[in-house]
Design a protein around this ligand. Structure first.
Ligand SMILES: [Mg+2]
Length: 218
């Protein structure tokens, strides 16, 4: 079971990498409006590095938490910029959460989302409304927790997580950046979606596609 679970997480990282690479130019364009136009490139490099590292590993001998730990290190090595430590901490926290229960149950999947968000939050010392990736991740986590509490099906849970993340990312358009490079723009950051929130939605959708494979639709 845990061997299958490790493979599943590895597939998840592959999906994330494909999605982010496909949206690389779009994400860099979003970053170009309020930052230094490198977000698509750095995120694509980060997830390509994660995949490269995972293909070298024997997934049959690995636990899901170990897949996340490998991802954390590979992402950090590849991405020195601000998102590197944020997602590295997110994956490390998720690894810690999974050590309690390595089965990727619905509750385990919700725990991954929650742990990733708390990692990003702690590392970036940010909050909702800062016009960052947390504006996607925090609503996603709230949706995950609510779905878990009422024992929603996996597909219902992920539909709600994706909707919440997507609405959260879109809401950054009407926010003024208070953190990072975009903060220097002040009011001029209005009207642009935050690139980190946009890439978070692609990551979360790839997670949904992985975890809802072979799950009955609602
Ligand atoms: Mg940038």
């Amino acid at each position: 079971m845990s061997a299958n679970a490790a493979r599943r997480l590895s597939r998840m990282f592959h999906r994330i990498s494909v999605a982010i690479s496909a949206e690389k130019d779009h994400l860099s364009d979003l970053d170009g409006a309020i930052g230094d136009a490198d977000h698509g490139i750095t995120m694509a490099l980060g997830f390509q590095a994660v995949n490269g590292e995972l293909t070298k590993r024997d997934l049959d001998q690995m636990l899901p938490s170990e897949v996340l730990s490998v991802a954390a290190s590979a992402f950090l090595d590849a991405v020195g910029a601000s998102t590197g430590p944020l997602y590295a901490t997110a994956f490390r926290k998720a690894a810690q959460a999974l050590k309690q229960d390595e089965a990727l149950s619905a509750a385990g999947q919700a725990a991954i989302v929650e742990a990733m968000t708390s990692g990003i939050r702690e590392r970036g010392k940010g909050q909702r409304g800062d016009k960052t990736m947390l504006d996607a991740w925090i609503p996603a986590t709230e949706a995950a927790a609510a779905a878990r509490d009422r024992q929603a099906s996996v597909s219902a849970m992920w539909a709600e997580i994706v909707d919440a993340a997507d609405a959260g990312a879109r809401s950054t358009r009407s926010m003024v950046a208070t953190r990072g490079r975009a903060a220097r723009l002040g009011e001029r950051s209005l009207g642009h979606i935050d690139p980190g929130a946009a890439s978070a939605v692609f990551i979360i959708k790839a997670m949904r596609d992985t975890f809802t494979e072979n799950e009955p639709a609602e």
